[in-house]
Design a protein around this ligand. Structure first.
Ligand code: SF4
Length: 495
């Protein structure tokens, strides 16, 4: 157990995240400095690490105690300016690194979007060596991660420039139904079978929100549309066509650069659905195996087989889809490096246009978590390295990246990143937009969160929809009003 004693301050969350990176399997508590020395648990039965942080105008002091015995202490003069938080994190990193003997590849960076940091540096500094020097001294990143972050940030900047992102906005449409629930799922997802009677009502409610969205943002051009979920192809053919008609007849497609539908689960895909997607102009789809190992698919609660993945992929090509992504997960329960290797060999035969490699993440909402008696691979770093090598030798370029909290990863690579790799001209632009928060995304459907970006003010505001299916259907007018009220408050809506 690790206790952090810190006064309520705006850095407390990041301090906690950094400590968690050093002590990944421990319970981390934030406590009031006044309570210092009074732990709730019996120190005789469990190791208790206490980290005491004192923040003053011109000085930061950090002391580390183990079972109430002082072990390490560091005090440093600091300047109270915008670098104050960085100085605190560097000091904390040094103490925790010394105590654990560990180094973190991403250094003090704890956020899910490291490329954002690269991009902000690259606005003023241009050569790789200059960026590297800043990432090393300010964030203590490893050479390998600096190279990766720089390469991806550069690619993202190039791609964003090409779509004139500042003058655009995007639409996300959520279809929260899936054939079954995957063991690791933390998304808004309902069984398409169990909730079959709700699907048409859901679409009716969603269409109301789509109608509202049509004239919601008038000063920008619609750049990308992404239909995700859930699994949009969990809709039957008739429902899917209703949705595609609604979307294509409502929005102005004249400036659209990308129209994606996440077909996702192979067990929801039919040739007819693939042809519908093609006929209504969808130009990027995803067919996600996660693994090409049958036993793992059963273990993680996906009801499809490996041959269904292959069949769905070949049907998609037959239907004319020329931009197909496949999602993989490194670190699935029970898998070894060998399974990852075999999965990549199978993927190579299919030859998708892009692959996205995730590290297994166990979020609170998922049925799978640390406490479950399931063997989680400890060499996820090696698996993702294998995927990176596979991508490089098969002409896939890394083009977007994000990190997730609680991603597995052993040794120095804990808190692994998820990386999208694509062949040239097959990049998923929406992925970059959502990860870098570069322009407004109007999100429609249950559990969808709109992100309104005010780039000039370096500000982003969220407006959330309810997650519950029944609530969404019954309260869709309220969801519309939430967005309208926000836009009125910002002076962006006349109604
Ligand atoms: S396909 Fe995706 S959204 Fe559906 S249950 Fe699996 S992880 Fe969740």
């Amino acid at each position: 157990m690790v206790e952090i004693f810190i006064k309520q301050c705006s850095y407390a969350y990041e301090v906690q995240a950094l400590v968690k990176s050093f002590y990944p399997h421990q319970y981390i508590y934030k406590k009031d400095p006044e309570l210092f020395g009074h732990t709730l648990l019996d120190a005789a039965t469990e190791d208790v690490v206490q980290i005491k942080i004192e923040l003053e105008e011109a000085q930061i002091g950090i002391s580390l105690l183990q079972n109430e015995i002082p072990i390490l202490e560091k005090r440093s003069a600091v300047s109270k300016d915008k670098t104050y938080k960085n100085q605190l994190k560097i000091l904390l990193y040094q103490i925790a690194s010394k105590h654990t003997g560990r180094h973190l590849d991403w250094g003090t960076l704890t956020g899910v979007r490291p490329t954002k940091v690269f991009m902000s540096i690259m606005e003023n500094v241009h050569t790789f060596d200059e960026v590297k020097a800043i990432m090393k001294s300010n964030y203590l990143c490893s050479d390998e991660k600096i190279e990766l972050g720089y390469q991806i940030a550069k690619k993202e900047m190039d791609l964003l420039e090409q779509i004139d992102y500042k003058k655009g906005y995007s639409i996300y449409i959520g279809i929260p139904f899936c054939p079954t629930t995957c063991l690791y799922c933390s998304f808004t997802s309902f069984s398409a079978k169990k909730y079959a009677n709700y699907i048409d009502d859901y679409l009716d409610a969603l269409f109301k929100e789509i109608d509202y969205a049509k004239d919601c943002i008038t000063d920008k051009k619609l750049t990308t549309i992404y239909i995700g979920g859930g699994t949009p192809t969990a809709l039957n053919e008739e429902q899917l066509e209703r949705l595609l008609i609604k979307v294509t007849q409502t929005f102005d497609f004249s400036d659209i650069k990308e129209f994606t539908v996440e077909a996702g689960r192979p067990d929801s895909i039919t040739f007819e659905k693939l042809c519908l997607l093609k006929a209504y102009g969808v130009d990027r789809i995803s067919i996600n195996p996660q693994t090409m190992k049958e036993e793992t698919l059963v273990r993680i609660g996906r009801s499809h087989t490996v041959s269904q993945v292959k069949e769905a992929f070949l049907l998609a090509r037959k239907a004319g889809h020329e931009n197909i992504n496949m999602d993989l997960i490194a670190g699935l329960p029970g898998e070894t490096l060998q399974e990852m290797k075999e999965t990549l060999e199978e993927i190579k035969v299919l030859n998708p246009d892009s692959i996205t490699v995730h590290s297994l993440v166990t979020k609170r909402a998922a049925r799978l978590n640390w406490e479950d008696d399931i063997e989680i691979p400890q060499n996820v770093d090696e698996m993702t390295d294998l995927a990176r090598h596979f991508a490089a030798t098969n002409d896939y370029v890394p083009y977007y990246m994000y990190r997730q909290k609680n991603a597995q990863g052993s040794g120095t690579g804990a808190n692994q990143e998820n990386i999208g790799y694509a062949r040239p001209a097959k990049y998923g632009i929406y992925n970059i937009i959502i990860m870098e928060e570069k322009h407004t995304i109007l999100a429609l459907g249950a559990g969808a969160t709109s992100k309104f970006v005010f780039e000039d003010e370096n500000r982003m505001e969220r407006v959330e929809n309810v997650k519950s299916l029944v609530d969404y259907i019954g309260r869709v007018d309220e969801m519309i009003e939430r967005k309208a009220a926000f836009l009125r408050k910002e002076g962006l809506h006349e109604q």
